[in-house]
Design a protein around this ligand. Structure first.
Ligand SMILES: Cc1ncc(COP(=O)(O)O)c(C=O)c1O
Length: 413
């Protein structure tokens, strides 16, 4: 990891040109990084340079440009693998986290699951961690079961222990919730899953961008994350899978690039990780994601995490002052990430988001692709502010002031 102990937000914001624009005449306060992060110039420049100087298809060409494109694409993989401490042959590029989870559901689940088998997921999963398993359950006759969330917004570990049986074949858990912020004890859950003879998949979409993640130390079998939430471009995600498991699995998607040989009788597969990368891959996106991983490593994920804990502490305190507010999820900054969901009486979350937008503040409103969790919380939607490494206390204060204005505007109607 990097050497910087703290983050100098003022200096760092110069790397993110978009943050100096204005919206509705007000300075932009971007508090929606849980949906997608902004991109530093290092990422934009790497992708621009790739297209200006190198663009060629990868893995096939024998000419210099093609060799350079292949080298840049694979260097992107190396940087990402280093960021999360995972072997490169187990680091598969996908379109996003959703596709990474679908890859496991289809390449492992459809072939391995039988009627009577169970897949355990949690009530705080993003739809990406639920729907692929529901589709596979429909095909195989397996059952998807949901580990409950406590009123404090944490995973009910006693229930999880009880639900893990010899029928459990896969446990899918989000590392950090995009709604509650809750950071789940995935290392412990991996141990419990393995003791029960099950595999474990972690959805790290909201953890890899924000904290040091050492996948090897977590002990899980599969780990999915997505490029656009970690300073990288859209169109690329990652499935980190245990190479010996990936090796035994058949491909998810077939086509060019992923074969060793094709005859009219049948085909054999390329080595890992290319066996799971059918077709022309997201080359410029891998270059951009590699630059994003380097940027994060230079900054130091410990420093990022410390900065965000400070932001979330401030956010919880400042939001807590808003009259009538309900804040969801753990109150201890050490137990959570910097995505904070809340609701206000008499104001629909969409109205909240629209009203604060008038002051230049970007927050999210809706079910956050976590409808089962919304049902647990007893709401149809929440508002959500989420901070990242480029945010400051000031922006949170602007949000809180804008919430006050929004409440006053509605009270006056
Ligand atoms: C926890 C979590 N998992 C999965 C996803 C899906 O990511 P993507 O849309 O990039 O596949 C998200 C995105 O919102 C998320 O927050």
């Amino acid at each position: 990891m990097g050497t910087a102990a703290t983050i100098d937000v003022t200096a760092l914001r110069a790397d993110f040109p978009i943050l100096s624009r204005r919206v509705h005449g007000a300075p932009l306060a971007y508090l929606d990084s849980a949906a997608t992060s902004q991109k530093p110039t290092a990422v934009l420049a790497a992708m621009d340079a790739y297209y200006r100087q190198t663009n060629a298809n990868v893995h096939r060409g024998v000419y210099e440009l093609a060799a350079e494109a292949t080298a840049r694409y694979e260097a992107g993989r190396d940087a990402v693998a280093r960021l999360v401490n995972w072997p490169r042959e187990g680091t598969v590029f996908t379109k996003n986290a959703s596709e990474a989870i679908n890859l496991v559901a289809w390449a492992w689940g459809v072939r391995e699951l039988r009627a009577g088998d169970e897949v355990l997921v949690t009530e705080m999963e993003h739809h990406s961690g639920i729907v692929p398993w529901q589709i596979v359950a429909e095909i195989t006759g397996a059952t998807v079961r949901f580990v409950p969330v406590t009123p404090g917004g944490e995973l009910d570990m006693d229930a999880l222990r009880e639900m893990l049986t010899e029928r459990t074949r896969m446990v899918g858990v989000v590392h950090a919730s995009n709604v509650l912020g809750t950071i789940n004890p995935v290392e412990e859950i991996a141990r419990l899953a393995h003791d029960a003879g099950a595999l474990m998949l972690v959805d790290g979409s909201q953890s890899v961008p924000h904290m040091p993640v050492d996948i090897a130390a977590l002990g899980c079998d599969f780990f999915a994350f997505t490029g656009h939430k970690m300073l990288g471009p859209t169109g690329i995600g990652v499935l980190a899978g245990r190479p010996e498991l990936l090796d035994r699995m058949s491909p998810f998607l077939g086509g060019g690039e992923m074969i060793s040989n094709v005859t009219t009788e049948g085909s054999t597969w390329a080595d890992l990780p290319w066996k799971f990368e059918a077709g022309t891959p997201p080359i410029a996106e891998a270059v951009g994601l590699g630059a994003a991983a380097e940027y994060l490593m230079d900054l130091g994920l410990e420093a990022v995490r410390a900065h965000e804990m400070d932001l979330v502490e401030h956010m919880l305190a400042a939001l807590g002052e808003v009259e009538g507010i309900t804040i969801y999820g753990p109150r201890d900054p050490r137990a959570r990430g910097a995505a904070v969901s809340f609701s206000l009486p008499d104001l629909h979350p969409h109205d909240i988001a629209q009203l604060v937008d008038q002051e230049g503040v970007c927050i999210r409103a809706g079910h956050h692709c976590a409808k089962p969790l919304m049902r647990v919380l007893g709401v149809g939607a929440t508002a959500r502010a989420s901070a990242y490494l480029y945010n400051s206390h000031d922006e949170i204060d602007v949000l809180v002031r804008a919430l006050g204005t929004a409440r006053a505007a509605f009270a006056g109607r």
